[in-house]
Design a protein. Structure first.
Length: 175
């Protein structure tokens, strides 16, 4: 396996980890909670999903040949609060992830050495991917945090639950 293939496999795996964290959060919330806005006008999960999906579709559609900020994207619209059904929210989520993952799966070693632009700024393909590998987990973290706030004591941990690290290590490593 080449270094380029290892890189693409690694970033795809990392992106899928964050996709799963978001989905496991959605599963714990009601339809109403997906659109809930905390006091002070922070974004709801719905708004975050609109933004992430819009960004993914813009950045990764025609990734190698057009600027990552597509002329038709209405970024400011992504941040307008609103109400949507769970199906609409999941549909937006899946649409963005499908564009991203299909693009990653289509890339070759040779593509990694190319230059793409985002808002007119040149990036190596590797740097453009890494840029988004910083951006999307930031927003998935917001989604998870909102979920934890809403679920409080009913929250089901997405990793090792607090107070169970020792038990986890004992089971995992026999110590």
């Amino acid at each position: 396996m080449t270094t380029g293939q290892l890189f693409l496999e690694s970033v795809t795996k990392r992106f899928l980890t964050y996709k799963t964290l978001g989905e496991k959060t959605f599963e714990q919330l009601s339809d109403e909670q997906l659109c809930w806005e905390p006091p002070g006008y922070p974004n709801s999960i719905y708004v975050i999903v609109k933004h992430v999906s819009g960004n993914m579709c813009s950045r990764f559609t025609d990734f190698l040949t057009t600027d990552g900020e597509k002329p038709g994207r209405q970024r400011d619209e992504e941040f307008k609060p609103g109400i949507a059904s769970r199906a609409e929210i999941i549909g937006l989520w899946d649409k963005g992830w499908d564009v991203l993952l299909n693009t990653l799966r289509s890339l070759t070693d040779e593509d990694l050495a190319k230059t793409v632009t985002i808002r007119g700024e040149p990036h190596s393909v590797i740097d453009a991917i890494n840029r988004q590998l910083g951006h999307y987990p930031y927003h998935v973290g917001q989604i998870v945090y909102l979920g934890k706030i809403m679920q409080q004591e009913n929250w089901r941990s997405l990793s090792i639950p607090v107070g169970q690290s020792e038990q986890f290590n004992k089971e995992k490593f026999g110590r």
